[in-house]
Ligand binder design. Structure first.
Ligand code: FAD
Length: 370
């Protein structure tokens, strides 16, 4: 039997804790926020599950992962079909025949393909050197101007001409009338929210959970006290930023309760113009097909924000410079044989939920050899 300390009660930490306890190990989970579940935390307000840290849609093509998560919760048949609002004009996403029809009046895939090909010509033979050129080379000028430029510049806080092309190496473009954002085999929203998944994972006599506790208050004591530490916080912070700071993008959420049933008719609306300061508006009840109070709705605006120490590090910025620095931290982690770094912040990777579970189960395999 091993005594584990898991730092962070997000999906990575909870998956590890669940598997470790299942095998008879003791697990202490500490969480610096005042609640469990990390960024997948949902909270019920007026019978509506509010995604406190941004819209979360579970999607995967990995049957094992889908079956794994389904042991904890039942999913509904939600299909992500966001719409874009460009100065009041509404377009379907991802870019598909519905988008092209609204934009250009074209009805067939051949007409749409011809339009895109014609608009790409402005670039000539030039190899795209920045995000603007890359987007135009993929989808033409109209979609770039109305649906990509403003949104992306807000998201990254930089001009599209200054952003690297690699950010949009691929764009989901479909020549079919299909508004389903994901190509994955399985997707949905857990009926009753995400928090219950983590509650069930941590519900064991062998797991002790404490919230409102920061690992860094007693770092060395913790490391000495436990046989092994699974750390899902920021890897650069763990090493006291001694090799330099990794970069992140942050977000600010503004949530409002309204005395109406239906505000925007869709769970996710992207605001793609440059003037609107937020990127997305989420109306939570639509993730569960309008469940909840009929006279209320809860709406969250998502504002992208620069990150500095102390802010929530929502997105790692995986450019070459940061990836090199992360690798240096990973090399440094060999000096801490009792610590395993995992999850979105510990591995400095933009992980979706299914990828986080997969990564945690990989650590389980290495660590808890059956
Ligand atoms: P986290 O959920 O961040 O958990 C880490 C936990 O560690 C946190 O609770 C944190 O408070 C705690 N912690 C950190 N440092 C310390 C410390 N020093 N002491 C104690 N505790 C600490 N994925 C999808 O599949 N679909 C989506 O639609 C989707 N949408 C997203 C939207 C947004 C806005 C964001 C930010 C992410 C989205 N994701 C989505 C990704 C998803 O949130 C992650 O894959 C998942 O939550 C990562 O789990 P984690 O355990 O690695 O990290």
């Amino acid at each position: 039997m091993t005594n584990y300390l898991v730092v962070g009660s997000g999906l990575f930490g909870a998956t590890f804790a669940y598997e470790a306890a299942k095998r008879g190990n003791h697990v202490k989970v500490i969480e610096k926020r005042d609640h469990i579940a990390g960024n997948i935390y949902t909270k019920e307000v007026d019978g509506i599950q509010v995604h406190q840290y941004g819209a979360h849609i579970f999607h995967t093509s990995n049957k094992e992962i889908w079956e794994y998560i389904n042991q904890f919760v039942e999913f509904n048949r939600y299909t992500n079909s966001p719409v874009a609002n460009y100065k009041g004009e509404i377009y379907n996403l991802p870019f598909n025949m519905n988008t092209f029809n609204k934009l250009w009046g074209v009805a067939t895939p051949a007409e749409a393909a011809a339009k895109i090909a014609e608009q790409r010509k402005v670039l000539g033979d030039k190899t795209p050197e920045n995000l603007e050129e890359q987007a135009i080379s993929l989808i033409g000028t109209d979609i770039y101007k109305k649906l990509i430029k403003g949104y992306t510049e807000k998201q990254w806080g930089q001009k599209a001409t200054e952003l690297p092309a690699f950010i949009i190496r691929r764009l989901p473009v479909r020549l079919t009338y299909d508004n389903n954002y994901f190509n994955d085999t399985y997707q949905g929203i857990p009926i009753g929210g995400y928090t219950q998944i983590i509650e069930k994972m941590l519900d064991s006599d062998l797991i002790d959970v404490e919230t409102g506790v920061d690992f860094f208050d007693k770092k060395q004591e913790y490391i000495d006290q436990y046989d092994k530490v699974i750390f899902t916080g920021m890897i650069d912070q763990f090493f006291n930023y001694q090799l330099g700071e990794l970069e992140y993008r942050s977000l600010r959420f503004e949530t409002e309760e309204m005395d109406i049933d239906n505000y925007q008719g869709n769970a996710v609306v992207n605001y793609t113009d440059a003037e609107t300061p937020y990127t997305r508006v989420i109306e939570h009840k639509h993730f569960e097909f309008g469940k909840g109070d009929k006279n209320k709705t809860i709406v969250t605006k998502e504002y992208p924000a620069n990150w500095s120490r102390g802010d929530e590090p929502y997105y790692p910025i995986n450019n070459d410079k940061n990836n090199r620095l992360y690798k240096a931290y990973r090399d440094l982690s060999s000096t801490e044989p009792k610590v395993v770094f995992g999850g979105r912040l510990g591995q400095y990777r933009y992980y979706d939920m299914h990828q986080v579970i997969h990564a945690a189960l990989q650590v389980v395999k290495d660590e808890l050899k059956d």
